[in-house]
Write a protein that binds this ligand. Structure first.
Ligand code: CTP
Ligand code: MG
Length: 390
């Protein structure tokens, strides 16, 4: 059994001014989980983990504690400390509670929320192997210029340059000593160590450990996590019923005073088109293959029943709906008076904005003859690739 001698400091006390969100950056949500939750996800499984220290804004100490308790599946000691005015000050506050038994400290930016466990392990292993401070670093893709005012002075040899990431790894005693002797404020701990003559080496960083700084970074992370969206479409048609006792249901709600629609269910073409659009976007077949007429439990069922089950099926496959749009085609009913009600009902079920439009066929065909109604729907869905939910 190896000794547990590793501590991870997660700095989450910044305001996130450049992100321009309504909460401090670590408490902004990505795919339904805060950046702090994402950044903690890879930490529980680290070998030899003995302590986790989070530096959080004074306003968010309770929230940070709650998040850490929920995400960290470990018996390691957890401390949440208040951050300071600068990143370095936040780390100084965290270091003050790092236990004496801790040999190696990894300092990590919560803003690098998608660093992998493997990166943490790589850095910790390299600290042990090289007996030095270790940072993850990436090669630079762009041609780099040194400038002065609006003038380009020179092109810098980028082969000798790297961009630094976190987690950065140190011997705890050396890092504590460097902090005790700090005379300046640095943007990373490697710079602080080097200002005091300590050797720092590097291992390969990873694109996933890029820092979320601006709104554009967040868009990049979301598209990397979720991939491109998937669209789907659906069409449904139902005939007006000769049975005068039948009520009209469209978009899950009742439209009093109009004839009902025939069908195995309640004939809600709007809901059924939407169900087909959702199923096709997810590659889950169609309404017939999932809720066929051979299923007596769906006889006469409200559109809500199909929609709720469809949304559950999509969620089980990791899909989330971005938005949906349905168009009713026919002379009746006129949707304008009930548009808001239908949109609210469908949006609540689908969990994303659903809009409703309508058109006629200029008197042509079975829709122009008032024989029935048709509906056309299109949706956009995304798959949430989320370490915390998958
Ligand atoms: N950080 C911190 N305490 C501070 C400043 C920053 O703990 N006083 C943390 C941030 O929470 C972040 C990491 O250091 O995880 C890197 O800092 P940065 O990306 O600059 O985050 P913010 O300072 O929050 O953002 P901004 O500079 O845009 O305000
Ligand atoms: Mg900052």
């Amino acid at each position: 059994m190896t000794r547990r001698d590793l501590a991870v400091i997660v700095v989450a006390a910044g305001r996130g001014e450049r992100l321009k969100a309504s909460a401090p950056k670590a408490f902004v949500e990505v795919n339904g989980h805060t950046i702090l939750e994402h950044s903690l996800a890879p930490i529980s499984a680290l070998a030899e983990l003995a302590q986790v220290v989070i530096a959080a804004p004074a306003t968010h100490l309770a929230e940070a504690t709650e998040i850490a308790n929920a995400v960290l599946a470990t018996d390691a000691i957890l401390d949440v400390v208040v951050g300071g005015d600068t990143r370095q000050q936040s780390i100084a506050n965290a270091l003050a509670v790092v236990g004496d038994e801790i040999e190696i400290v990894l300092v990590h930016d919560a803003a690098r929320a998608f660093a992998s466990s493997a990166l943490f392990e790589r850095v910790a292993d390299a600290v042990r192997a090289t007996s030095a401070s270790v940072i993850p670093a990436l090669e630079i893709a762009d041609t780099i210029k040194r400038v002065s005012g609006d003038r380009v002075e020179e092109t810098v040899d980028r082969s000798a340059l790297r961009s630094a990431q976190t987690p950065q790894g140190f011997f705890a005693s050396e890092l504590k000593r460097a902090y005790a002797n700090a005379s300046d404020d640095f943007t990373d701990d490697a710079a602080l160590m080097q200002s005091q003559g300590k050797k720092v080496s590097f291992v390969a960083g990873e694109v996933e450990a890029a820092k979320i700084t601006t709104p554009e970074d967040l868009v990049g992370v979301l598209s990397r996590l979720n991939g491109p969206g998937r669209t789907g479409m659906g069409v449904d048609v139902h005939r007006f019923s000769a049975d005068e006792s039948k009520k009209l249901f469209l978009g899950t709600i009742e439209w009093p005073g109009l004839p009902g629609l025939d069908g195995h269910s309640d004939g809600d073409a709007v809901s059924h088109a939407l169900v087909d659009a959702l199923l096709s976007a997810a590659g889950l077949g169609d309404i017939g293959s999932n809720f066929g007429v051979d299923r007596p439990e769906f006889s006469g069922a409200n559109g809500k029943v199909f929609l709720e089950e469809t949304v559950r099926m999509l969620a089980a496959e990791g899909f989330s709906v971005v938005n949906a749009s349905v168009q009713l085609v026919g002379n009746r009913p006129k949707v304008s008076g009930k548009r808001a009600e239908v949109e609210a009902a469908l949006s609540a079920i689908v969990g994303a904005p659903v809009t409703l439009g309508a058109t006629t066929t200029d008197g042509l065909g079975f829709l122009g003859n008032d024989e029935g109604v048709a509906a056309v729907a299109s949706v956009l869905i995304i798959r949430l690739e989320d370490r915390l939910t998958s």
